[in-house]
Write a protein that binds this ligand. Structure first.
Ligand code: CP
Ligand code: NVA
Length: 314
């Protein structure tokens, strides 16, 4: 039996640090908090707490869902872009981390390298929550799992087809699929491959869970018979953005449109972490169509983040 105490004071940096049972527990708490929110019941479990938020990349969902979650939990958030902080003038992370640790009960951070969130975690006694790095987007992963659970039930019986950049979101889904024993096909042009640390984890986990995580350049192979069709941008924030034109050419055959969606199961759901680029990774008719659950998925960001904050913040 997992107790809530297991998570107190821990960092939330990647799903790779947690077992299936622990993730199940976080999802269960997310469902409880979602029900409370929908019933209009108070859930101010973090009354009097303070949470810092440092963002180095743009954000709509992550920033506002966290700030709404923090407000509903009765805590206060302090948001700053890195460019507004002394970090931009060269103050080291290790000093920033130790200072924020004296004021705040936790830090939510969006940045580039995973080593940055790891450095904050090393210098802070309070929990650090990864709000997206180039390597992984674990908060998105939790919301995606909750959405799939709500719409489809048991993960291990499902086939997920992903197409888009092989970056943070894809890498999080690979990890989740490996942990849950899912069949997950990632369609992309040859040469776009996951980070070595992620792939090693996925290979090892697959042996244990009998998951089937496959990289393919054949979109049909991925989408055929899929229960979940997941699209993501072709040019993620950070490095990939710089090669936007090349990527638009390379990924063109990987668009999810109504023709492609017909290859999935009749009752397949269409997911996207958003922001989405209509006319690139999916057409307007797909994102606005009957299979799309993208706004339920975006809503679930807030419920799952509430679970992380209320479990991890001491
Ligand atoms: N899905 C997601 O993280 O969106 P934002 O970049 O708007 O936060
Ligand atoms: N892969 C995308 C996700 C945005 C939420 C990016 O990193 O830009």
């Amino acid at each position: 039996m997992i107790s809530k105490l297991r998570f107190k004071g821990k960092d939330f940096l990647t799903l790779m640090d947690f077992s299936k049972e622990e993730i199940d527990f976080v999802l269960k708490v997310s469902e409880e908090l979602k029900s409370k929110y929908l019933r209009g019941e108070k859930h101010n479990y973090l009354e009097g707490k303070t949470i810092a938020m440092i963002f180095e990349k743009p954000s709509t969902r992550t920033r506002f869902s966290f700030q709404a979650a923090i407000a509903h939990l009765g805590a206060q958030s302090f948001y700053a872009m890195r460019s507004q902080m002394q970090l931009a003038r060269g103050e080291p992370i290790k000093d920033t981390a130790r200072v924020l640790d004296r004021y705040c009960d936790g830090l939510v951070i969006r940045t580039f390298g995973q080593e940055v969130v790891e450095e904050y975690a090393a210098y802070m006694s309070h929990p650090v929550v990864n709000a997206l790095t180039d390597l992984t987007h674990p908060c998105q992963g939790l919301a995606d799992l909750l959405t799939i659970k709500e719409k489809k039930g048991d993960f291990s019986k499902l086939k997920l087809a992903y197409t888009g950049d092989i970056w943070n979101v894809a890498q999080t889904l690979m990890v989740a699929a490996a942990i849950y024993g899912m069949k997950a096909y990632f369609a992309r042009p040859k040469g776009y491959n996951p980070d070595k640390r992620i792939w090693k984890f996925v290979q090892e986990k697959m042996e244990e869970t009998e998951a089937e995580v496959v990289l393919t350049s054949d979109l049909s192979e991925a989408v055929q018979g899929a229960d979940v069709v997941y699209a993501n941008t072709w040019h993620s924030m950070g490095g990939p953005e710089k090669e936007k034109e090349k990527r638009i050419k390379d990924f063109k055959p990987y668009q999810i449109n109504n023709e492609v969606l017909k290859e999935a199961k009749k009752d397949a759901i269409f997911m996207h972490c958003l922001p989405g680029y209509r006319g690139e990774e999916m057409t307007d008719e797909v994102i606005e169509g009957p299979h799309s659950v993208v706004f339920d998925q975006a809503e679930n960001r807030m419920h799952t983040e509430k679970a992380v904050l209320s479990l991890f913040i001491p």
